[in-house]
Design a protein around this ligand. Structure first.
Ligand SMILES: [Zn+2]
Length: 75
């Protein structure tokens, strides 16, 4: 293997490691989010906000809303 191939293989291994860490982190956040939602009376966490795409929409008291951009509407 020449130097460039070794460098690419190293970068690839780094990316795989970072991806695995990110997947673990996402799973931890999903579990935490579900628990927090249950404890705060949020009925469900749905699809991404179409307006800002920076958060998932929440459903509480029959209202769908985005906690990031405050977009909201009645379900
Ligand atoms: Zn939004």
């Amino acid at each position: 293997m020449d130097r460039q191939h070794r460098r690419l293989a190293g970068e690839c291994a780094d990316l795989r490691e970072r991806l695995a860490q990110t997947e673990d982190r996402v799973e931890q956040l999903q579990n935490t989010l579900q628990a927090v939602a249950r404890e705060t009376g949020i009925a469900s966490v749905t699809h991404p906000c179409r307006r800002c795409e920076r958060s998932l929409l929440l459903v509480r008291d029959g209202q769908l809303y985005c906690p990031n951009c405050r977009y909201g509407r009645t379900v």
